[in-house]
Design a protein around this ligand. Sequence first.
Ligand code: SF4
Length: 702
Amino acid sequence: MPEMYKTTCCYCGVGCGVIVHQQRDGKIWVEGDKEHPVNKGMLCSKGMNLHYTVMDTTDRLLYPEIRYSKYGPRQRAGWDEALNRVAAVFTAIIQRFGPDAVAFYASGQCLTEEYYVVNKLIKGFIGSNNIDTNSRLCMSSAVAAYKMSLGEDIVPGCYDDIELTDCIFIAGANPAWCHPILWRRIEAAKAANPNLVIIVSDPRVTQTCALATLHLQVTPGTDIVLHHAIGRLLIEQGCIDPVFIRDHTEGIEPYRQAVMQRTLAEAALICGIEEAAITQAAHYIGNTDKLMTMWTMGLNQSAIGVHKNLSLINLHLITGTIGKPGCGPFSLTGQPNAMGGREVGGLSNLLPAHRDLLNAQHREEVQQFWGGTTLSDKPGLTATQMFEALNSGRLKAIWIMGTNPLVSLPDVRMAEAALNKATFVVVQEVSNKPETLAYADVVLPAAAWTEKEGTMTNAERRISYLPQLTQPPGEALPDAEIICRFARKMGYAGFDYPCMEDIYKEHARLTAGTHINISSLSYDVIRRHRTIQWPYNGEMEQPGTRRLFEDHRFYTASGRARIHAFGDENQSEPVSPEYPLILTTGRIRDHWHTMSKTGKVNKLKQHIPSPFLEMHPEDAAERDIEQDAIVEITNRLGNVRVKVKLTESIKKGLVFLPMHWGKLFNNDSSRANNLTHVLLDPVSKQPDFKFSAVQVTRYYKP
Ligand code: SF4
């Protein structure tokens, strides 16, 4: 009889339950878990093909490798030899240049336990806050906005609100392709309730628009103008909740003044849509007491990402649609464990359990708990800052864990130059494909999904347990094990955990007394309930907390949610006669990030087999570009050459390029991030991936 195990999909932040069937010959296949509260048996195309990524080990890194000279070959080494070498080089660099001369760059795909130990290692023992992850590229604007408005980085609602709401406003997101199982729940909710209003704001007509009651095809960069215009109409038409505003918020007057700055006509002109469309959106939002908003990269990946987030959250705070069934702001997480990474404090400005690095008492609590070195009060380098610091020589060594920055970072040629310049690069990876390996001085082979044990937290605060089901190939080890072995080589105490659950328990103990509080949660309890939404107080009938702020007491100092007021100017590099088009980048349905997993699966490659540029036919005609021509996209950073796909579903003046393809799956010339800027939101430090001024010319006629 084949064996059957329950686990969780390792792709996106929806967090679907997966049943893995393992045959006697070791082969595995997967199906959706019908009892799982998130997906109720459904899986999307990526989830259905998960087993191929595990069974195909042809691309796996099997042994540690060391490169002894800058341009020499990498040579197989034993674990002791490889980690001794890393420890010797890290020690020498730290002694000579100080702890801030080294950094760790991790991934939202790491398990919580892995995040925890690497964060503890660098902050608590090496004495630097130079740890950041690729979650900085996707979620940090939402993190900052939640803290500023609600007093805590917290998603207040749950997926079950989808079946209870009357109106969903989806802004800058395409869940039909990027969060497919969540989307199927929205489709089912719409089928059950034809009166469910779905408003979509997106400069492209995506698959998500197929179900939209109203599509607002806004000009990129104008989201705040739109949200403010809706806010103004809600105030003018008396569609706000004055009692909620009076009793549970602060900041309404400055907000009122800010949204009155533009007339409806001005806002419509800037957004590039009809006044009537904004009025209609305000009508829908103003006439429901069950409003959900959902957003992702369209708002987050912007030089004004935090304000974009806040402008949407403000609509909830003026209408009182938060902390109630069917209500609330809901940022859709891209990666499977971006939330877990934040819980353990795995960003350069955080401490465990959402403690604040700049708070002396918080630093003291954590330092006492870990018993290591005094925690630095200097915020560490964020994702892009690490690569800039390598280029400037301020940072000497970087350890990259489970992420592929040479496809995913903005201005990726700058990142390439940085790795070339680095004194020492460690790459801890599953696959032998990522471009980063070409720059590695030491390569450490890591275990993949099903080959290691741990936990993850999805977008609705739901913690899942992932068992180890299969053995890693060769000498690959779980990421947490690699970090702990290295820490011991460095001579640090507190990294000799007998098992993975002991790491989890230590992390859980640190959450006691915080808003996350899972201090009484064990692997056993999670396994028994299948999943648990934090916080969890151990005496609950429900498995965890579905919804927060039901008492309308927020986590700010005053207990009131903060309505923020600010201007609406876009801070992206403006278009110009030389670069008159706006480039936006994003995902397609069947690929994930830089394709190191989905690129192995033939079925997934068939959906869209090669990179393309989406362009409006009128923009193409002005440039004598025909369907399927090879075009060159240029700006002051670089160029990209791909086939053009003409479509009226994209707004005139805008072009769209998928972000997945890099050198390995195509070539350097199709890498979208050759063209994106290291222009950061000033608060979240999230890059402006969604707005780059470019020109497009015909390169080759079909
Ligand atoms: Fe996996 Fe996300 Fe698809 Fe669910 S929606 S199966 S979590 S990729």
